[in-house]
Structure formats: structure tokens, C-alpha cells
Design a protein around this ligand. Structure first.
Ligand code: NAP
Length: 468
């Protein structure tokens, strides 16, 4: 497996990284396990300063770090700066709140006073994708570092520079050896790590395909796992929606990060009343997108992450059109160089079209016409995925009620919220399981150990206090 930085705007190979052998992996496991044993006895608070230092270092180099993302996976420079900033915020959030989240919880039990305490479980393997190279690492790293779980990272093979840079920052912040090791390894090595008894969990963000394979390995060895997978999120526009508000965000909802966001709005579901207006609005937004060099401020639409991703997305669009979808904007042929992909709008997608259930990971918007709200909810739920979603309606209360009927991990009502450190993130159905971020995001790989402390002598006649 080759770890390579290739600029998707030019297809130029920037750097190739050497892979790590099994001896290097073993060393990382040994150091990680020794650190886990030590961290078990250290208070959570003792780790906060170093995490704040990671945040400080990142804050002092926002542009330098952002440029790596732009060169390596094509993200617009301003979006890359935003990614660094949100990653810093996540680090600070857990440095500040982890001790509170993990503090013992008292239970009044019939046997006597009890409590659940939060203990680390051991080394965590994380497998991360290229679309938000620092942010995806930070979502797992910050909470698990504070919880006391050392980590091994296998990042995407097209974002090695981001992975390497993150590891260097962790070292510079003087986190102990073994706290976080970046590994340039292949899938078999990931499987061997999951099987190792010093490793207690695996967190994967990526495709459904990778999720199934890695979760199967975790299941085989009875390891805890969390999966943050794909999505085909609905954007529902009800009859009474304020279309001026919709217009403010519609471009970003689909085109941010060149549409390569798991929580992008991929399916616009519109009642008959607003359908034509919405299609026109989307066409206008897509036609105004300026596709080009992601380093330039005038560019509003970046290239895809790789030329391979462009080839796959082009094929998906062609198959959708062959199966009867209408090309309402753009064309099947992609004529721009390297990974530049011109946006596409598809309408009239029937249920037997393969596109109906597929995730389009790029600037392709699907628009569906429905009779009414009931049909909108049914269509939103007719998906293998359930990661996030948007509902726009004139009454926020009613739109919130509609939101609660959608089978998904999160819904933003009358807004497109994105992500914040305090908002738990994760999905249902084939979008995966488990939550990252927020208070919930720190619990996944933590042992909630129950301790019951008896203060009175044991009374064997009392079933609750003795044997049951
Ligand atoms: P991918 O192919 O699944 O890659 C993700 C990561 O998994 C990469 O590090 C990849 O390594 C690794 N991987 C793939 N197969 C593996 C295996 N059998 N064993 C071990 N590691 C394996 O995903 P992608 O297509 O690049 O990323 C896009 C997908 O991720 C989309 O579906 C998107 O919706 C989803 N995503 C979800 C979230 C979320 O939070 N829910 C966030 C971002 C993206 P290599 O690069 O070496 O193949």
C-alpha cells in the first residue's frame, strides 16, 4: 500500500511516504500498552495541559496547517483554515470538560452506596478518512486521550502528510511516548492490530464497505467498535418554508468541501408548491460556483480529493442518467483537468434507479418532488443511511416535529448546522453506530466500572445484600 501526497488540482505527486513494518507496529503497541497501565492511575485532569498545548501549537500555525490540506486533498484554503479552527476547538472542549464528563456517578442501591467510575480500556485503533484529515483525527484523539486510551492511527493513504503533521504536533506538545502513533500500514496490519489483546477498540470513519470489514474484524475478536459511515442526508423543504432562508445556505449545504461531506445535503425533498423554485435556486447556486484552484480566494468550488474519486463519481452520474434520471444541470462528461468536477443536478430519480439509494460523494444534488409532508418524511426515511438532515418550515415547532420523525442521527431545523464540539455526531442504519463529540463522544471506549461499597456487616438473610 502506497501512502502518497498527490495534489488533486494538478495531479502532481508531491511526496511518497515509506510504510511502517511490523516491528514498528509492535513497538507502538508496547509503548501504548505501558502508557495505558500508567494512565489508569493518573487523574483525568493531569492530561489537560498537554491537550491545550496541542491546541496552542495548532492555533499558532493555522495557515501552515491549512495549506497542507489544500495541497493534499484539494480543500479550499478558507475551508482548510476552518477545519484547523474546529479541530482546535474540539481539543480545548475536551481539555476543559473531560474530567466533568468522566467523574464518578453515585447510585443509591439496595446493597449500599454505589458508584460508576470511568476507566480507560486500553489501546484504541483509529482508521480515518481524507475528507477532514485533522478534524476526523481530533474527534477521536481528544476525548480518548483525556479518557486515558493511547491511540494508533491508520489514516487514508492519500492524506499521509496531514497524519504525519498531526503526530509531530502531538510530539511537540510533549505527550508521552505511545500516546498517539501514526502508522503507514496496510489493511492486514490493521487486522492484526485489532486482534492484539492489548488493543481494546477500533473507531472507523469512512465508507460502508470499510466499516463492514473492520467491524467484522472487531466482532471476531470481541473488541468494542464505533463506525461513522456514509450518508445520503435529506434536505426537506415544507410548503411554508422561507425560501429566502433556504437560498442563503443551499450552496454550502451541497458544495462545501466539494460536496465530500458525510453530512452534506444529498437529497433535496420538496413539496409540489416549491419544487420548480427550488430547482431554479439550486441551478443558480451551482452555476455561480467558481470551480478552480483551491488556494485562490475567488474559487468557491474545489476539486475532488483524487482523480480516482472523479472517475467514480462520473460513472455514478452516467449510470443514474442511463437508468432514467434527468440531468437538470451539468453534464455526464467531465472535461476539466485533474480532479476538477463540474456540479450536476439530477431529478426524476425513480426508486429502481441505482442512484436512489446511493451516496454521491461530490457536487451532485438530487431533487425529489413530493405531494406533501407525509410523503417527504416517508421518502427521507426510504434510505439505507441515517446520518443527519435538514428541515425547513415556517413554524420552527412544527418543523422540529417533522425532524423527530426522521430516522437519522441529527437534524438541523431551519439551518445548516455543520459540526461543533458539543454536538454529538453519529448515525443509525448503514451510517454506523456510536457517537463522537459532545459528552457522549467520550464514553464509547471507556469502562463504566460499578463499585459497591458496603458500610454495614453482611446480612446473609437479606437476599439483596447477600446472594441472589
Ligand atoms: P474509505 O475508503 O472507507 O476509507 C476510509 C479509511 O478506511 C481510510 O483510512 C482507508 O484506508 C481505510 N480502509 C478502507 N478499507 C479498509 C480495510 N479493509 N481495513 C482497514 N482500513 C480500511 O472511505 P472513503 O471513501 O475514502 O471516504 C468517504 C466515505 O467516508 C464516505 O462514505 C463518507 O460519507 C464517509 N465519511 C463519514 C463520516 C462520518 O463522520 N460519518 C465522515 C467523513 C466521511 P485507505 O485510504 O488506505 O484505503
Amino acid at each position: 500500500m502506497s501512502y502518497q501526497t498527490v495534489n488533486p488540482f494538478t495531479d502532481e505527486v508531491i511526496k511518497t511516504f515509506d510504510s511502517h513494518d511490523d516491528a514498528y507496529v509492535e513497538e507502538a503497541l508496547t509503548k501504548g500498552h505501558a502508557l495505558y497501565k500508567k494512565w489508569r492511575n493518573d487523574p483525568v485532569e493531569s492530561r489537560a495541559d498537554a491537550l491545550n498545548k496541542v491546541a496552542d501549537i495548532m492555533a499558532s500555525r493555522v495557515d501552515e496547517l491549512a495549506k497542507i490540506l489544500t495541497v493534499e486533498m484539494g480543500k479550499r484554503f478558507s475551508e482548510a483554515q476552518g477545519e484547523v479552527v474546529i479541530s482546535i476547538a474540539i481539543a480545548r472542549y475536551y481539555a476543559k470538560n473531560a474530567a466533568e464528563f468522566l467523574k464518578p456517578k453515585n447510585i443509591q442501591s439496595a446493597i449500599g452506596p454505589a458508584q460508576t467510575i470511568s476507566r480507560p480500556t486500553g489501546i484504541l485503533m483509529m482508521v480515518e478518512p481524507w475528507n477532514f484529515p485533522y478534524y476526523q483525527i481530533m474527534r477521536v484523539f481528544a476525548p480518548n486521550y483525556m479518557a486515558g486510551n493511547p491511540m494508533l492511527l491508520k489514516h487514508a493513504s492519500n492524506t499521509p502528510m496531514a497524519a504525519d503533521t498531526f503526530e509531530k504536533i502531538v510530539k511537540e506538545a510533549e505527550l508521552p511516548d505511545g500516546a498517539f502513533t501514526n502508522l503507514f500500514i496496510d489493511y492486514d496490519q490493521v487486522s492484526h492490530i485489532i486482534a492484539d489483546e492489548r488493543v481494546q477498540g477500533v473507531a472507523l470513519t469512512g465508507s460502508e464497505r470499510a466499516g463492514k470489514l473492520v467491524a467484522a474484524e472487531a466482532g471476531k475478536y470481541m473488541k468494542q467498535s464505533s463506525l461513522e459511515l456514509g450518508g445520503s442526508d435529506p434536505f426537506i423543504i415544507l410548503d411554508d418554508a422561507d425560501l429566502f432562508e433556504v437560498e442563503k445556505i443551499i450552496s454550502g449545504a451541497r458544495l462545501y468541501n466539494a460536496g465530500q461531506v458525510c453530512t452534506s445535503s444529498k437529497r433535496f425533498i420538496v413539496t409540489e408548491k416549491n419544487y420548480d423554485k427550488l430547482v431554479e435556486m439550486l441551478k443558480k447556486a451551482f452555476s455561480e460556483a467558481r470551480l478552480g484552484d483551491p488556494m485562490l480566494p475567488e474559487t468557491t468550488l474545489a476539486p475532488l480529493s483524487t482523480s480516482k474519486a472523479k472517475k467514480n463519481l462520473t460513472k455514478q452520474v452516467a449510470e443514474a442518467v442511463d437508468a432514467g434520471a434527468t440531468l437538470a444541470f451539468g453534464s455526464v462528461e467531465q472535461t476539466k483537468p485533474a480532479a476538477l468536477f463540474e456540479p450536476v443536478i439530477l431529478t426524476n430519480i425513480s426508486k429502481d434507479n441505482p442512484a436512489f439509494y446511493q451516496e454521491f460523494f461530490g457536487p451532485v444534488g438530487q431533487v425529489y418532488k413530493v405531494r406533501d409532508e407525509e410523503e417527504a418524511i416517508a421518502l427521507a426515511n426510504d434510505s439505507h443511511y441515517g446520518l443527519s438532515g435538514v428541515v425547513f418550515g415556517g413554524s420552527p415547532e412544527h418543523a422540529t416535529e417533522v425532524a423527530s420523525k426522521i430516522e437519522t442521527g441529527a437534524v438541523f431545523v431551519n439551518s445548516f448546522g455543520g459540526t461543533l464540539p458539543e454536538l454529538p455526531f453519529g448515525g443509525v442504519k448503514n451510517s454506523g453506530y456510536g457517537r463522537e463529540l459532545g459528552d457522549l463522544g467520550i464514553d464509547t471506549f471507556v469502562n463504566k466500572e460499578t463499585i459497591v461499597t458496603k458500610h454495614e456487616p453482611i446480612d446473609l438473610n437479606n437476599a439483596f445484600g447477600g446472594f441472589v
